[in-house]
Design a protein. Structure first.
Length: 290
């Protein structure tokens, strides 16, 4: 990629780059010539990424960014603008899953889930937009990493599902507002991906309590989601979809990633609500829970 005029090197920022999708996406973008700010809330976790970037002489820089912390987001964006003067690609990727039957979750736990998965995107995007909108910036693409659960609800992750449904609505709506400024908004909808996602998920004590009326339900759903993750799609596939979306002149609005995601979304589209609920009940083996 060149460095002048419309061909000047594009600047990208990726949130949640310490592992999984964010990690491999940061590497792929840098390897493809984007000047990439790989951001992480805990910079100590990025030593591996740093050493690969150094060994391969990649245009990749690590930067501290906690999506739940306004001043951290502000500092990171200011630093990028002072160093590079532009931001062409924002990948809102940071996120985690809160597991537990709805009644076993506290309002604070649900708020914390939204604070990262939804308001994290809101916060970073609001800081980046004035820069992307500026004429000198050249171009802008915002990639929001949603999920198949942005369309399809599973039990026992209601708070997570709610954040991803909210993210889908936000993305659809702002896409109209940003189009006149030449800024594209894209949704990535992965199925089960082999990352730290399951290990990093939050499972509050109450949700695990064998005395919980939902105990059997939670065990069954955790088991099913856990076994889906054993045959998971590699995070590199998500990174490739992100690259395809941001380098296309006419990208799709949504990219499903993984056979499971494509199949699930297609099935959902072809069934009535009731038929689909019955299918999920069967797939998660929830028929005989009293
Ligand atoms: N894996 C899947 O099956 C799957 C499927 C569909 C969608 N997704 C979505 O893909 C995205 C990435 O997940 P992943 O699968 O790559 O899981 P992952 O390996 O657990 O990565 C999640 C990343 O988000 C970061 N993060 C969490 N809270 C943060 C915060 N407050 N500020 C900044 N970074 C934060 C984590 O940082 P730490 O290392 O510091 O925790 C980590 O870098 C998420 O939005 C997830 O919902 C995943």
């Amino acid at each position: 990629m060149g460095t002048s005029g419309t061909n000047r090197q594009k600047v990208a920022i990726v949130t949640g780059s310490s592992s999984g999708i964010g990690y491999v996406t940061s590497l792929l973008l840098a390897r493809k010539g984007f000047y990439t700010y790989a951001s992480a809330r805990n910079i100590d976790k990025t030593a591996g990424l740093q050493s690969i970037a150094y060994a391969e002489r990649l245009p990749l820089k690590l930067i501290q960014l906690d999506v739940t912390d306004d001043s951290s987001v502000n500092d990171a964006v200011e630093k990028i603008v002072s160093e590079k003067g532009r931001i062409n690609v924002l990948v809102n990727n940071a996120g985690y899953a809160l597991f537990g039957a709805f009644e076993d979750l506290s309002v604070d736990e649900i708020k914390a889930q939204f604070e990262t998965n939804f308001f994290g995107v809101v916060r970073v995007t609001r800081h980046v937009l004035p820069i992307m909108r500026a004429k000198y910036n050249g171009s802008g693409v915002i990639v929001n990493v949603s999920s198949v659960n942005g369309h399809v609800a599973f039990p026992v992750i209601s708070a997570y599902v709610a954040t991803k449904f909210a993210l889908e609505g936000l993305s659809e709506s702002i896409a109209y507002e940003l189009e006149p400024f030449g800024i594209k908004v894209i949704l990535i909808e992965p199925g089960a991906i082999g990352s730290n996602f399951m290990k990093g998920s939050v499972l509050p004590k109450r949700a695990l309590d064998p005395e919980s009326p939902y105990s059997e339900f939670v065990q069954k759903v955790r088991h099913k989601i856990g076994s889906d993750h054993e045959n998971a799609t590699q995070p590199e596939e998500v990174a490739k979809a992100i690259l395809k979306a941001i380098t296309s002149d006419n990208p799709d609005f949504r990219y499903a990633v993984g056979k499971d995601a494509a199949m699930m979304l297609e099935t959902r589209g072809s069934m009535s609500d009731r038929e689909f609920q019955d299918l999920i009940t069967q797939q998660f083996n929830l028929q005989n829970i009293s």
